[in-house]
Design a protein around this ligand. Sequence first.
Ligand code: GLU
Length: 444
Amino acid sequence: MSAAEAVTEALRELHARFAPLGEGSVAEYIPQLARSDPGAFGLALVSMDGHRYGAGDTTVPFTLQSVSKPFVYALALSLLGLDEVGRWVNAEPSGEAYNAISLEPDTGRPDNAMVNAGAIITTALIPDTSGAPRFERVLDCLSRFAGRELDVDEQVYASEAATGDRNRALAYLIRSTGPLPVDPVAAVDTYFRQCAVRATATDLAAMAATLAHGGVNPLTGEAVVPGPVAAQTLAVMATCGMYDGSGDWLLRVGLPAKSGVSGGLIAVSPARFGLAAYSPRLDPTGTSVRGRAAVGALSEELGLHLMHNPALAGSTVTLIATPDELPTAGAGVPRERVAVVAAQGALDFTAAERVLYALDEARPGGTEPVVLDLTEVTGVDRVAFTMLSGGLGRIAASGARTAVVDRADRLALPGPGEPGGPAVPRGFATRARALAWCTGDGPG
Ligand code: GLU
C-alpha cells in the first residue's frame, strides 16, 4: 500500500460507514432525475497540489443542478464585479426553499445567487455575444473549474425544460418587478442547460478545490477566476449554499458548501482541499443524505470547521538575541553590540506582527543595532512586506544600524554600499556580513 493510500482509506471508511443510510428519496420533479440510481454513492477529494482521492462511485456522471450556481456566480463576479452583480442579486440567506419566490419586496431583487431566482438572473447577466454565446461561456467556465471539457446531458435538459414551469414563472415574476436583463424564457432555458451540465464526483471535487485554491485549478494550474472572486463566492456558499438549512450547516459543519437536487454536494476547506459527494437520495431540504453525513463527519474528524482555531500558524521567530546575550567579538575590544532576530516559514500579517514584536524585545534599550535574519523564511506576502518595511524603516530612522539577511532580497533593500542614506535598512546575503556591518566593521 502506498503512503498516500491512507487518504483513500479514510474516504473508503466514510463511504462504508454511510453507505447503509437508506433514508431520503431521489428527486422526481425533473422526470429524468427520477431514473438516477438511488444506491449510487461516491466521495472524492482534490488537494491543493492537485492530488486526487476517491471512494465508491467517483466516475459516474450526473448533472450539476444547483452545484453549478456558485461557479456561474463566480463567472459573473469576475466579468462584472461585485458591485454590478450586487445591483441585481443580493447576498442574504433567504431561509426559504431553493425554488421559493425569495425576492426583496420593493426592488424584486432575489435574496442570493444560490436560490433559483438569483441563479436565473446570475446566468442572464453573463454577456451574450455572437463570438461568445452566453451558454458557451458558462460551459467553458464550468469546464475550466473541473479541469476538463464537460458536456450537457441533453435528456435531463429536455426533461427539465419540459416541466420547469415553476422556474419560468419565477423568471416572469422577477421581470414584472424589474431586475431581469433578458427575456424570461431565454434566461430560464440557459439556466436549465447549465443545471444539466454533466460531471463526476471527481470533477466536482476539482471544481471545489479550485475555489479552495484561490481560483487557480490545482490540476491544470489555470487561474479560472481571480482570488478575491473565489473568496466572495465561498462567502455566499457559506451563508446561502445549503438551501434553507444553511445556518445549521455552517453551525455544525462549518464549511462553504453547495448541494444540488441530483445528489451532488461540494464542500470547500479553504487552502486545504475540495470535497465532493454524490448520492441521489435527498433529505427534505434537497440535500444528499449520505453526502451530508459524510461531509459532516469528515469536517468534525479532521477539525475543518472554519471557526475552529482559524489557521493558527506555526512558530515564526526562531531566535531573539539581545546584545547582552551575544558574545562580544575581538580580544577584549568591546564593539558595539548587535541584537539578532531570526524568523522562519511564510510571513503574513500574523507572522510579521510576531517578528516586529521580537525586534522590540531584542532591543531593550531601543537604540541597539539589529540584524533580522530571513534565511529560513519561505515567503513574504504583501501585508508582511509593508509591515516589515515599515518597522525596520522606523528602527533605521531612529539612527540604529539595521540589517536584513536574505539572499532573495524579498524586502527589496539596498546593499551596504548602495545609495539610500543612513536611515535605510540594508540587505545582506549572510548573517556574518550583516553583523560585521552593524558593528561598524563591514563596508557601508
Ligand atoms: N435545476 C433545478 C431547479 O431549478 C436545480 C435545483 C437544485 O439543484 O437545487 O429546480
